[in-house]
Design a protein around this ligand. Structure first.
Ligand code: PLP
Length: 389
């Protein structure tokens, strides 16, 4: 063993690894998958329908349509708005790139909205400023970043948009106050890192029956609504396609996992809240309340991420990685990504100065139901050591 290897393994022996994320799986998820495998029907079918009904009750929304991903939920919802090609659509730059990619793939033009430094989400002022720049925005995609329950109605009012032109990106929302307000669509993600993980998957929640009907067809090639039954006993091979659709359906295997996960979600959220409180207390006890800045919270927060703003972020995340502690950044603003810069109007990147300022300080710390109290204490202790003057 070389000296370096020996030193490295000595370090990892004293500092147990704290991964950035570990997806929780309910004990019934495995048996649920077995049940579906034995049933002879593995793709979109009765499990998806049952998951949709359960999500609908959970979110208190009349319709839920499952789709392949959160990104597809956004893109299909945006397409369903049937805006003119190139129509300006407001979006924070501080969001997941795929959410802005959905606007572009739907054929529209993203117009960036800056964020408020204390919430990391748009304010009525930044929404109004972006709307004024866009001339007349056609729609808005709002994002509950980190689980912060954004007041999308207030933002729509400030931007002069009706609520039916708002698509809410609630990828970080499950477990918090999501899906309320008469928005066009609320989009969920069941990606591996999210509060309700399946691995992959997404859904649209809406009170608009026409949108739900269109999505049910659009997610499966545009075939008539019940075409998924065509291979079931008694099903007919006949179908019609009124409008060419997409391949964006969820499978029954995924839905069965999702159903087990949804039942476990309240317990996981309670644990997330405890962990958040422990981090908060940790900064106070370590005398770091002034150095480690934590975004403002609001009742209904989904505690998806534990984000902080710290000086020397890159150096600190690298040092934490050396100590076996995983961190991440949510997000690289899209105007800093080449592919997105190409599709943005030339002046757009200069319109989000607060986003640019926080982008270099943002750090997300481990937060998931399986994280131990000791792991939180270790992260706080390491970070305190790194931030000590
Ligand atoms: C994860 C995520 C998405 C996309 O969800 P996928 O299911 O991965 O397609 C969209 N927006 C935000 C803010 C996300 O974090």
């Amino acid at each position: 063993m070389s000296a370096t290897t020996a030193a490295m393994s000595a370090t990892s022996a004293v500092s147990p690894a704290v991964p950035f994320t570990v997806p929780p799986f309910a004990p019934d998820a495995g048996p649920a998958v077995q049940r579906v495998l034995r049933s002879g029907w593995v793709t979109t079918g009765p499990e998806c329908a049952a998951f949709e009904a359960e999500l609908s009750a959970y979110l208190d929304q009349p319709h839920v349509v499952t789709v392949a991903s959160g990104t597809q939920a956004l893109e299909l919802s945006l397409r369903a708005l049937r805006l003119d090609p190139g129509a300006p659509v407001l979006t924070p730059s501080l969001t997941f790139c795929g959410a802005v990619g959905a606007i572009v793939h739907a054929g529209y033009r993203p117009v960036l909205v800056d964020v408020d430094e204390t919430t990391l989400t748009p304010s009525t002022e930044t929404a109004a400023a972006a709307a004024a720049r866009a001339g007349r925005p056609a729609a808005m995609v709002g994002c509950d970043l980190g689980g912060y329950p954004v007041d999308h109605r207030a933002l729509a009012d400030a931007a002069g948009l009706p609520y039916r032109r708002v698509v809410v990106d609630a990828a970080h929302g499950p477990g918090g106050d999501v899906g309320r307000g008469a928005f066009f669509a609320t989009c969920l993600s069941f990606y591996a890192t999210k509060n309700l993980p399946i691995g992959e998957g997404g859904a649209v929640a809406t009170d608009d029956g026409d949108l739900a009907d269109w999505l049910r067809s659009a997610r499966l090639h545009g075939m008539t609504r019940d075409a998924w039954r065509r291979y079931l006993p008694g099903g007919s091979w006949r179908y019609e396609v009124a409008e060419i659709g997409y391949k964006a359906n969820l499978t029954d295997l995924q839905a069965a996992i999702g159903r087990a996960q949804l039942a476990a979600l309240p317990g996981w959220q309670a644990r997330r809240a405890e962990l958040v409180a422990r981090y908060d207390a940790g900064w106070r006890d370590a005398g770091l309340a002034e150095v480690v800045r934590v975004p403002r919270r609001h009742p209904g927060h989904a505690f998806h991420l534990y984000q902080i703003l710290v000086p020397r972020r890159d150096e600190i995340s690298a040092a934490l990685a050396d100590a076996g502690i995983g961190t991440s950044v949510h997000f690289i603003p899209v105007h800093r990504l080449h592919g997105y810069r190409r599709v943005l109007a030339p002046g757009e990147p200069g319109t989000v100065p607060v986003t640019d300022r926080v982008a270099d300080q943002l750090l997300s710390l481990p937060l998931y139901p399986g994280l131990s109290d000791a792991a939180v204490d270790l992260v706080v202790e390491r970070l305190a050591g790194l931030l000590a003057p």
